[in-house]
Design a protein around this ligand. Structure first.
Ligand code: FAD
Ligand code: FES
Length: 271
């Protein structure tokens, strides 16, 4: 899980920026070759040059790498419009400069020993799971025995379904209002699936209550599980304590989501 990749600050150019659905956008940014070493689960922070507000950089997961002739030349961010920064970001056009810092943090463990996995994503938490599925496939693991459980409030929050279909894995969707897939929690299809499947790893990203429930299911069934936590962040560099989370060990009680995470072993954390 640990990655020692150096982070790098650069002024990246927008390649494209387009709406994905009602509240979500997708932006492509040209970036330096340092992202050849980026790991799924790692994130970047962005700032819009010339904008005094918001002052703080905003963190976003790497959704996908953009490659040309096999080499990384850009990265894709899938974002939900929730406030000032993301609203301003929707107005960025091709060629506009964006201050990009990354890759940051510890990503998911990808291993050829993990032949059967479960990907569990809630809402915008689905974003890093596409890069993860790309990396697993590139590691010569066929995902046909694996499952992606995608949950959201409504059908608008069920992201990247067609992308996951291209990986040939089982897909289960759930929504709170029943507008897409089964009505209810995204943990329900996961629980059902593990009654007859024993995954080598469960990967999860989404809101805290969902992560707690997934970690609980994994721990009760003694299954390995990694969760990616999205806290509110200030510095994104380990300097401000704004993102501290509890660690279930007396020796090292708190960890920073920005530098020790955002991906953690579900066994080592109390929520
Ligand atoms: C490691 C990490 C990865 C992330 N990856 C993505 C991603 O791939 N795509 C994406 O759209 N967003 C992602 N986020 C969340 C994203 O950083 C925030 O949505 C963004 O900073 C909001 O900025 P804003 O100025 O538009 O909204 P703000 O005005 O800052 O916030 C608007 C509202 O959203 C809430 N909010 C802000 N950040 C978070 C958060 N992290 N969790 C829960 N609520 C929050 C605020 O409390 C407020 O109510 C990630 C966050 C982290 C920490
Ligand atoms: S955001 Fe400042 S320490 Fe993590």
């Amino acid at each position: 899980m640990k990655s020692s990749a150096q982070k790098h600050q650069e002024i990246a150019k927008v390649i494209w920026n387009k709406p994905e659905s009602h509240s979500y956008y997708r932006i492509g940014l040209a970036c330096s070759t340092i992202y050849e070493n980026a790991r799924p689960g790692q994130f970047i922070t962005l700032h819009l040059p010339g904008n005094l507000t918001p002052l703080l950089r905003r963190p976003f997961s790497i959704h996908r790498l953009i490659k040309e002739n096999g080499h990384v030349c850009g990265l894709e961010i899938l974002y939900k419009v929730v406030g000032e920064f993301t609203e301003k970001l929707t107005r960025a056009a091709a060629g506009d400069p964006i201050d990009l810092l990354g890759p940051i943090g510890q990503g998911f463990t990808v291993s050829s020993n993990f032949q059967k996995v479960a990907l569990v994503g809630g809402g915008i938490g689905i974003a890093p799971l596409v890069f993860l599925a790309d990396a697993i496939s590139e590691n010569s693991v066929c995902l046909s025995d694996s499952i992606a459980c995608l949950g959201g409030r409504t059908s608008d929050d069920i992201l990247c379904k067609t992308v996951f279909q291209s990986f040939d894995l089982t897909i289960r969707t759930t929504t709170d209002d029943g507008s897409e897939g089964e009505q209810g929690l995204v943990t329900r299809p996961l629980e059902k699936w593990i009654t007859s499947n024993r995954p080598d790893m469960i990967y999860a990203c989404g809101p805290m209550p969902m992560l707690r429930a997934v970690a609980d299911i994994a721990n009760k069934n003694e299954l390995p599980c990694e969760i990616s936590i999205e806290t509110i962040m200030a510095c994104g560099l380990g300097a401000c304590l704004g993102c501290a989370v509890n660690k279930n060990e007396t020796t090292e009680k708190y960890q920073h989501v920005c530098i020790d995470g955002p991906v953690f072993d579900a066994k080592t954390h109390i929520f």
